[in-house]
Design a protein around this ligand. Structure first.
Ligand SMILES: Nc1ncnc2c1ncn2[C@@H]1O[C@H](COP(=O)(O)OP(=O)(O)O)[C@@H](O)[C@H]1O
Ligand SMILES: O=P(O)(O)OC[C@H]1O[C@](O)(COP(=O)(O)O)[C@@H](O)[C@@H]1O
Length: 337
């Protein structure tokens, strides 16, 4: 973390970048209102870093953030932006910020957005702050990211419904959840749904071993409980070919009939649950508190009930893995003697 020269902040810019996450709007609202409370003008750039490059922005005032605390998506729109990965793109973005005398830039997004923000410091001399917003919860330095709690609830609600029909027909389902390269959604959703089997980055070794594990477990559970429903929750981008291939491989390997189900984008949408609204409100206001304290190049993390600043460069460099103990506990609960 670096403390910048103490100066009065008159104007800041805000944007949302990368995968949208429920609660981003609540973060936009609290950042804006807390800044206005301190007499700071707020500009919102649209469509992620594209807005910085194309100078596409709106002025954020109280009416523009009214009644958005409980809305999913992001009123500023989000996007991925290849041009921002080039020096030309970053220079143009910095030029647009300087032309408007913007003292600080706040980015609500995931680890990719933060990696971009770290590099952007070569071109932009204002203060920079990241607010972690991603359903994946894969950002080191914070217990929770905005959107994760909602995505877990959304997936759990959907899988509970799958469980009902699986139960009625005594079927086996493999449900694929999002997470890009991270297992937080798979583990937490799997635990909350009492999944018979969870496949995540921390316990997957190769397709052959996985098929063997599943076949053994299906047999064992059948012996204990008789024919019953059986849910496998799997992280995306893990089993080669995804849930569809896993289901067809299980049929070939052990004549196990298994129905694949990919939850997909419903996990990113919907109204944020109260936990995400509160987290986003806390982090948004805390970002302004850090700016006023003269801090820069940081991400706002949460630990227990307190927000804390984390060096952006550190959060980008380190990988956050899931709680191995929780994974072990879940496996023990499915392995009775
Ligand atoms: N190494 C990088 N250098 C510059 N910009 C980056 C870099 N990585 C990501 N970005 C910017 O951040 C955007 C969002 O990153 P991405 O990884 O897609 O999502 P998220 O922020 O949700 O992890 C990218 O489209 C790009 O504009
Ligand atoms: O919207 P896209 O580009 O298809 O990206 C899908 C990815 O975005 C996510 O929903 C969220 O990831 P990020 O927050 O890192 O962008 C991942 O879980 C998923 O793999």
């Amino acid at each position: 973390m670096t403390a910048s020269q103490a100066k009065t902040i008159k104007k800041i810019a805000l944007l949302t970048s990368g995968g949208d996450a429920p609660g981003m709007n609540a973060a936009i609202r609290s950042t804006t209102l807390y800044a206005l409370h301190h007499g700071i003008e707020v500009i919102g750039f649209r469509h992620g870093y594209n807005g910085l490059i194309n100078n596409e922005f709106i002025r954020l005032d109280e009416p523009s953030v009214r009644e958005i605390v409980g809305r999913g998506g992001t009123i500023l729109k989000s996007a991925r932006c290849e041009e921002f990965k080039t020096c030309e793109g970053m220079k143009q973005a910095a030029k647009n910020l300087s032309a408007q005398n913007i003292d600080a830039l706040i980015v609500i997004g995931g680890d990719g957005s933060f990696a971009g923000l770290v590099k952007f410091k070569q071109f932009y001399s204002g203060q920079t702050i990241g607010i972690p917003g991603t359903i994946d919860n894969d950002i080191d330095g914070t217990d929770h990211t905005i959107g994760f709690a909602t995505a877990v609830d959304t997936a759990v609600n959907a899988i509970d419904k799958i469980r009902d029909t699986a139960d009625a027909f005594e079927r086996i389902f493999v449900v694929e959840v999002m997470g890009r390269k991270s297992g937080f959604l798979a583990l937490n959703v799997g635990v909350a749904c009492a999944a018979e089997h969870i496949i995540t980055f921390e316990n997957f070794s190769n397709p052959g071993i996985e098929l063997q594990h599943i076949a053994t477990k299906v047999e064992r559970i059948k012996k204990h409980r008789g024919k019953c429903s059986h849910l496998i929750v799997s992280a995306e981008n893990l089993y080669p070919g995804g849930a569809n291939k896993l289901a067809s491989d299980l049929a070939d390997y052990a004549a196990i009939e298994c129905i694949p189900c990919i939850l997909g984008y419903i996990q990113r949408g919907g109204d944020p649950v109260a936990k995400d609204r509160i987290l986003a409100t806390h982090m948004g206001a805390h970002a302004i508190q850090e700016l006023l304290a003269g801090n820069s190049d940081i991400m706002i993390g949460i630990e227990g009930q307190f927000c804390k600043p984390i060096a952006l460069s550190e959060s980008v460099e380190h990988h956050k893995g899931v709680n191995q103990n929780l994974l072990d506990i879940q496996e023990s609960l499915q392995d009775l003697r």
